[in-house]
Design a protein around this ligand. Structure first.
Ligand SMILES: Nc1nc2c(ncn2[C@@H]2O[C@H](COP(=O)(O)OP(=O)(O)O)[C@@H](O)[C@H]2O)c(=O)[nH]1
Ligand SMILES: [Mg+2]
Length: 269
């Protein structure tokens, strides 16, 4: 068994967790999403240690941090997305986060939520599960929540949401090895999240299906055509233009899963 490369992280127990990728190409890519100040970067730092690459998203002023870890012999690349409250508005941060989830197509997305403001944080979670099924909810700042006398029933929450929920505290390290293990089980398909979305309205569904057909005629093979259909129904003119001008397909082509080398993110939708 591989020995733990950083004994502070795992309490000195013999394990198979090591921070950093050391030139290894990742087997899986994990995106970290969340509202600002939920402890996303703290979790990212804990998981990746000092082995990070920090730059900007191409063509943007938004900073981009990437790092990795190895667990059970499998290499994981972590991408820290900009903190956002939503994925729908036009700010540069939201655009970067949304484009990466839509077209970078990470294997797993971890949504980091603040345990002391869970309800507000779930808004972003519901937007992420619209795009990707393989989502884990990390309920962070658990130490703060406890201090305020708040309790979070992660089991019930996981049942309600249909995805794994892990209680964490990036400050104390609580739950972070469990998060690593959960990421690994979701990435390898041992655990299959089945996010529960609100029941669809039949009329809306049939309109969406018709639109998806048309979208795929315009942009064959476009990932997430359903998401695009919803935006068109909402009257999102930027998406409409990007679709008609072939920009969406171009983005999808460029931003495919960054398994070899670093992904490139640019373009405006
Ligand atoms: N008490 C406590 N503080 C935390 C925890 N996680 C992060 N913080 C603190 O919360 C602040 C925001 O954290 P940061 O990682 O920058 O959040 P981000 O904006 O989501 O990347 C920092 O001062 C962290 O030290 C936690 O689990 N418990
Ligand atoms: Mg941050």
């Amino acid at each position: 068994m591989e020995r733990c490369g950083d004994c502070q992280a795992c309490g000195g127990s013999e394990t198979v967790f090591r921070r950093g990728l050391k030139e290894r190409e990742p087997d899986y890519v994990v995106a970290l999403a969340g509202n600002p100040n939920t402890g996303k970067s703290s979790i990212f730092n804990w998981l990746t240690g000092l082995h990070q690459h920090v730059g900007n998203w191409p063509g943007k002023t938004v900073s981009r941090a990437e790092g990795g870890f190895v667990y059970q012999g499998r290499a994981y690349r972590l991408v820290d997305l900009p903190g956002t409250y939503s994925l729908l508005s036009a700010s540069e941060d939201e655009e970067v986060a949304r484009n990466y989830l839509l077209f970078g197509r990470p294997d797993v997305a971890v949504v980091v939520a603040d345990a002391t403001a869970l309800e507000r944080n779930l808004n972003l979670f519901f937007q992420v599960i619209e795009i990707l099924p393989d989502v884990i909810l990390a309920v962070n700042l658990m130490d703060e929540a406890r201090r305020k006398g708040l309790q979070v029933d992660t089991r019930k929450l996981a049942q309600r949401l249909g995805v794994p929920v892990v209680a964490t505290s990036a400050r104390t390290g609580e739950g972070l090895m469990e998060l690593v293990d959960t990421i690994d089980r979701v990435a390898t398909g041992v655990l299959r999240p089945q996010p529960k979305r609100p029941d669809p309205d039949p009329e809306l569904e049939s309109a969406v299906n018709r639109l998806v057909e048309k979208i795929l005629q315009l942009a064959p093979g476009l990932p997430n055509a359903r998401w695009v259909a919803y935006r068109l129904l909402e009257g999102d003119l930027r998406i409409q233009r990007a679709l008609l001008e072939g920009e969406l397909l171009e983005l999808a082509r460029r931003e495919r899963k960054p398994v070899r080398g670093v992904s490139v993110l640019s373009g405006k939708i």
